[in-house]
Design a protein around this ligand. Sequence first.
Ligand SMILES: [Ca+2]
Ligand SMILES: [Ca+2]
Ligand SMILES: [Ca+2]
Length: 213
Amino acid sequence: MGNDKFTWSAVLIGLALWATASSAATLQIIPITGGQAGVDFFSPEFMDNQPVSYDAVTGPASAASDGFVQTTGQANRFGFIDFGVDYANVRIFETWSRKRPWPGAVPAGPGYAIVYWDDDTDTVNDGINESVLNFMTTAVPNNGDETWQRDVQLTTATAITPQARYLIVGTGPTGLSEAGKFTEIAVVGQIIPEPASLMLLTVGSALVLRRRG
Ligand SMILES: [Ca+2]
Ligand SMILES: [Ca+2]
Ligand SMILES: [Ca+2]
């Protein structure tokens, strides 16, 4: 029994140290994929050229350019953003949109008219509305630079946890006027580790299984 106690103490201390180290994580690009939701055309170009790194000062950095392919802006079109099966471990701090160098300047706008979380990618909102996160909302000048524009910036206290696997975005009945200026979206945040209690449960189950064997 004495040895068992010692072993469990060591496991708990190890988990505590691991959790402490992980909680100091800095912001990163959240890996996401996306495409058309529903039956009407919506180009996957809105996120086919995701940034490869993130810097707290300069923002996302992209390796390649697709500055000629704008985001879908036609009315009543839907896209999905897939946060993956482990969506609940994501904390969203920032959303970004990349503008292309032409044509013309655009004023700040509302972004997507429809944004909600859902566990499927049809265009029926039987999920949870998202009122904070959006894309393509910033005013951008007409210049030759292809740059990332930050749409939303949150803190540790206000960071958003995905409420389902998919974030559905819709252009609404009047379309998305800012779309003609943008080629890509990105999400920045943290991916938190599994709760220590779950890890302990896993370790405990493994020990039980081993003993039975
Ligand atoms: Ca793109
Ligand atoms: Ca659903
Ligand atoms: Ca649905």
